[in-house]
Design a protein around this ligand. Structure first.
Ligand code: AMP
Length: 171
């Protein structure tokens, strides 16, 4: 299989000194690589009865929405505080470089629905852990977590070790 990691650019000291940012825009701008990365994820999860894909803004949407489309699943956006118009639930989380709060509409998920949580990249795992909290507050059943890129040296996977997990590209 073609090595998709060749399309990912390392940007040193972004967004602050000491962080090596994995810039996925250099993969996304190549049509074949973008399609391939999504086809791998769709192939992995099709037939698993996923009702909804849940993903956080902004880069998570670039993976989550086409994945939901490919799986014929619904798409649920997770957003920063103040961005969703109707009643929301909240969860706070830590990033590799800061902290923040995520929100999801209260009526986005029905109890028992099969949920796939997707993001472009897992670093410390704080973001996806917070998304999982939101999903479970509403009674969603998390089937798996899907990532385009995993920074395995940051051990984010340990934060969600009780769940199924898949990443396309590992560092
Ligand atoms: P985390 O909560 O630490 O797993 O961080 C995951 C989110 O932060 C992802 O949605 C990424 O977009 C972003 N992120 C954190 N660290 C990096 C990094 N080194 N390179 C690229 N994106 C990152």
């Amino acid at each position: 299989m073609e090595d998709l990691s060749q399309y990912i650019r390392d940007v040193k000291d972004y967004p602050k000194e000491g962080i090596v940012f994995k810039d996925i825009t250099t993969l996304w701008k190549k049509g074949d690589a973008f399609k391939k990365s999504l086809d791998i994820l769709i192939e992995k999860y099709k037939g698993k009865g996923i009702d909804k894909v849940v993903a956080a803004e902004a880069r998570g949407f670039i993976i989550g929405a086409p994945l939901a489309y490919g799986l014929r699943a619904g798409f649920v956006p997770v957003r920063k505080v103040g961005k969703l118009p109707a009643d929301v639930i909240k969860a706070s989380y830590e990033l590799e470089y800061g902290t923040d709060t995520l929100t999801m509409h209260k009526d986005a998920i029905e109890a028992g629905e099969k949920i796939l949580i997707a993001d472009d990249l897992i670093a410390t795992g704080g973001t996806c852990r917070a998304i999982a909290e939101l999903v479970e507050q509403l009674g969603g059943k998390i089937i798996s977590f899907a990532f385009l890129v995993e920074l395995s040296f940051l051990k984010g996977r340990e934060k969600i070790k009780d769940y199924d997990f898949f990443s396309v590209i590992k560092y």
